[in-house]
Ligand binder design. Structure first.
Ligand SMILES: Nc1ncnc2c1ncn2[C@@H]1O[C@H](COP(=O)(O)OP(=O)(O)OP(=O)(O)O)[C@@H](O)[C@H]1O
Ligand SMILES: [Mg+2]
Length: 458
């Protein structure tokens, strides 16, 4: 049970003998037991005692246990209810499960079976508590402008984004694919004074080369073959708002020069146009490359880089903030419940363990896909390990992840490399790394201290 608190079970049965035997057994098993003799008293007792679980006879003097189910379960997600009947009717059993009973027992009660049902009920209670906690966090402040995260890394990032959003400065967003650069750009726009204005996104890498220029700057009718009508470019469309320039390092270098000029002057001229049009645009730019490297290799003009890089917002890989996995998963669950018309509550503890062990090369996008797929497979209830893709179920060894060691390495060096690499794979989480290596956390801490390394410095 979640911690040490005693759980309360309400037993509803009109037969005194059954109530007494159940009361005795359940107390022996460590529960607080309340009793009710019919539908009316059950109603009152549910109100008064707010039990964690209910065991109820199906046939009561004044009601049917089936009709009482909604009342006994209470508001969603509902407490677990186990129904008992003297008649082992399949129909009633099916109906009971359909209406949300946890399970069904026939008299005479098999106490071993009851005990295992109670264990299942408790697991479910723990899950409900955890799900409810995640949902509360999501409703409260676990994200800004759609950028969800509760880990300390994300908290700091959210603070930075608030500050950055409040300014008019340009921003470069960096981070691997799927880490949320676009989500962060949206958040900045939504939290800025320009929120009421447009947010225009352009990814020059996704456009045919001949079109990039006219997409950016617009064109007049007849400016080139195929330009039958005049069209404003992104700069004009983003006037009064924000222009999000995705994959900045993929923009043709000649255009980068013109782009910079528009930024400096606030004036844009359409292709084939004579007039300069004044635009008031804030630019956010993203790249999944290291921007300094891109400058060094001549992909990104240095002057443009410095003009844009008033702030850098770096989105960390998901494996560096695995603490966010449950919360992100829960938020995707509510999104996809609506989209796919399924009814998934949350991720089971076992499935979540696997998800927290995984290194997520595709980052949040990959997590989102894994959840979507699992939800379609599961349809209702919980995402269990069987709903996860095989690569997630099999762990690192099966994925063939390797640590390469030079042949003449000393045993001490080998140990150091293995520990540091494993830590890296575990997003610097020492307990997780310890578990994988079959060491204890203290040993890992001591080794790191011995190497003169603190986790923060890595
Ligand atoms: N912090 C987050 N909170 C909620 N959803 C997120 C978060 N980060 C990423 N996502 C989701 O993950 C997916 C990928 O995010 P996004 O498109 O912003 O990544 P990206 O960094 O721009 O990736 P790429 O470099 O491949 O374009 C999206 O579906 C987005 O909704
Ligand atoms: Mg993107």
């Amino acid at each position: 049970m979640a911690g040490t608190t005693k759980k309360t079970i309400l037993v509803v049965d009109d037969e005194a003998a059954v109530r007494e035997v159940l009361q005795m057994r359940l107390s022996d098993w460590g529960y607080d037991v309340e009793v009710a003799v019919d539908g009316a008293t059950a109603r009152a007792e549910v109100e008064r005692t707010q039990p964690d679980l209910v065991i109820s006879d199906v046939v009561l003097p004044d009601a049917s246990g089936l009709d009482l189910l909604d009342l006994l379960r209470g508001p969603a997600p509902g407490r677990p209810v186990i129904l008992i009947t003297a008649f082992g009717s399949i129909d009633t059993a099916v109906e009971a499960m359909k209406r949300g009973a946890l399970d069904f027992l026939t008299k005479p009660i098999d106490y071993d079976e009851l005990r295992s049902l109670l264990a299942a009920a408790e697991r479910r209670l723990i899950r409900h508590v955890e799900t409810a906690r995640l949902e509360r966090r999501l409703r409260k402040d676990a994200g800004i402008g759609g950028l969800i995260g509760d880990s300390s890394v994300m908290r700091n990032l959210q603070k930075l984004i608030r500050v950055v959003a409040g300014s008019e400065a340009s921003v470069i967003l960096t981070g691997d694919s799927g880490t949320g650069k676009e989500v962060a750009a949206r958040a900045i726009h939504r939290l800025s004074r320009r929120a009421q204005g447009p947010l225009v996104t352009i990814n020059t890498a996704a456009l045919p080369e001949g079109l990039v220029e006219s997409e950016l700057f617009g064109h007049q009718a007849g400016a080139f073959t195929g330009a039958t009508t005049a069209r404003p470019g992104c700069f004009e469309m983003a006037d009064g708002g924000t222009l999000f320039l995705d994959e900045i390092a993929e923009m043709p270098v000649e255009l980068q020069t013109r782009f910079l000029r528009v930024l400096e002057d606030g004036l844009v001229r359409r292709l084939g146009g004579r007039r300069e049009i004044a635009v008031d645009v804030r630019v956010l730019a993203a790249t999944s490359r290291n921007p300094l490297e891109a400058v060094k290799h001549g992909r990104l003009r240095e002057d443009l880089f410095y003009r844009l890089n008033v702030f850098t917002v770096e989105l960390p890989p998901l494996r560096a903030r695995l603490d966010d996995v449950p919360l992100l998963a829960q938020s995707f669950i509510s999104t996809f419940n609506d989209k796919h018309r399924v009814d998934i509550e949350s991720v089971s503890a076992e499935a979540l363990d696997l998800m927290v062990e995984y290194h997520w090369p595709g980052n949040v996008r990959e997590l989102r896909n894994v959840i979507e797929r699992a939800m379609i497979l599961a349809c209702e209830g919980w995402i269990e390990t069987i709903h996860l893709p095989p690569f997630l179920r099999d762990g690192a060894r099966a994925r063939g992840e390797r640590i390469v060691l030079p042949i003449d390495v000393t045993a001490q060096e080998a140990e150091r490399i293995v520990i540091l690499e494993t830590l890296e794979q575990c997003g610097n989480n020492k307990s997780r790394a310890a578990r994988r290596l079959g060491l204890d956390v203290k040993t890992i801490r001591n080794k790191l201290r011995h190497y003169g390394i603190t986790a923060e410095r890595r």
